[in-house]
Design a protein around this ligand. Sequence first.
Ligand code: DX5
Ligand code: ZN
Length: 216
Amino acid sequence: MKLAPSILSADFANLERDIQLVEKLGADYIHVDVMDGQFVPNITLGPNVVSAIRPVTKLPLDVHLMIVQPENYIEAFAKAGADIITVHQESTPHIHRAIQMIKASGVKAGVVINPGTPLSAIEYVLNLVDQVLIMTVNPGFGGQTFIESSLDKIAQLNEWKETKGYTYDIEVDGGIEPNTAKRCKEAGANVFVAGSYIYNSESPKERIAALRAVLD
Ligand code: DX5
Ligand code: ZN
């Protein structure tokens, strides 16, 4: 089970400190939320911030693109030091091509769907990807409530891994705390993004321990 703290809820004036804190506490990935104010109603950061944080951690950078025309930025994020780039099916009419581009840039490829999007929308790229991200909130902001219907999608994706021999990781993102993490794990998820639960706390150490207690 992998834990991927989301720096969306970190202190942007102290990203180095907040990234190294979770690395020291045993995080597996650093989850980087890229928002453009068009695909989602919030703006965060671009490739320059990814290059800036690349040297401060050894952990893989798990870059979640919530931007329109993601094809235009894949190379820039790969060059900036992303290890995994995940694109929304809803953000492009050519999700298959976008995934091919990610793979051609030499990094791991992920595909992600919003809570309102059915799994069938990504059925024909599941053989290509290293990771499938199931949004468990509507993307755009930290601190939202987990959407229950995501659990069915996780279970179905997990069943397909077994019956069709797919090898993708199943990642969940949004409203993850010990209770929801446990339920996602039981449904078949193995990568857990958590932002506000870890960072909006006096003790990220205790929060990470509480997540590990249900995951390991
Ligand atoms: C939401 C982002 C998430 C966000 C999760 O659009 O994709 O990664 O940081 O935040 P929490 O864990 O607070 O729901
Ligand atoms: Zn995210």
